[in-house]
Structures are given as structure tokens and as C-alpha cells.
Design a protein around this ligand. Structure first.
Ligand SMILES: [Zn+2]
Length: 80
């Protein structure tokens, strides 16, 4: 098999056609394509996004608790 026609993803080890529909472009790389396939890059970005949104949520919850605690010490704001 002509090795130049396929490229093995460094992450999932699948052998895929060496083209831009399977690999993202990376101008800095020797062959102009990234070492991980699109699927793996997407999974990675999704995992990072999920981790980020969990952190943001956590911070929001902390801020809410702080504000709730602050308001509870101010009779002015809690009075209906
Ligand atoms: Zn892959």
C-alpha cells in the first residue's frame, strides 16, 4: 500500500486517508496535516469545553452563595 495515501492517527491509531476531510490542516507539520484525526481533535476539544463549563458553573455557584450570604446579613434587601 502506498503509505503516502494514508496517515495513522497518533491518538486512535486508525489508518485514514491522508486528506483534509480526515485531518485538520497544520502548516507547521511536515505533511501539512495534524498528527491526530479530526474525530480525535473534536473529542479533545469537547472534553476541554466540558471541563471549562464545569469550572464556570462551579464559580457561578460560589458567587451565588457569597451573594446570598451577603444579602442575608442586610435586612434592607431581604425585607419584602
Ligand atoms: Zn484519531
Amino acid at each position: 500500500m502506498d503509505l503516502n495515501l494514508t496517515k495513522t492517527c497518533r491518538q486512535c491509531r486508525r489508518e485514514l486517508p491522508r486528506d483534509v476531510s480526515h485531518f485538520y490542516i497544520a502548516p507547521d507539520n511536515k505533511d501539512g496535516l495534524r498528527t491526530k484525526c479530526r474525530q480525535c481533535v473534536r473529542d479533545e476539544e469537547k472534553a476541554r469545553y466540558d471541563a471549562d463549563s464545569e469550572r464556570v458553573l462551579q464559580r457561578k455557584r460560589e458567587r451565588y452563595r457569597e451573594r446570598a450570604a451577603m444579602f442575608s446579613t442586610m435586612p434592607h434587601y431581604t425585607a419584602a
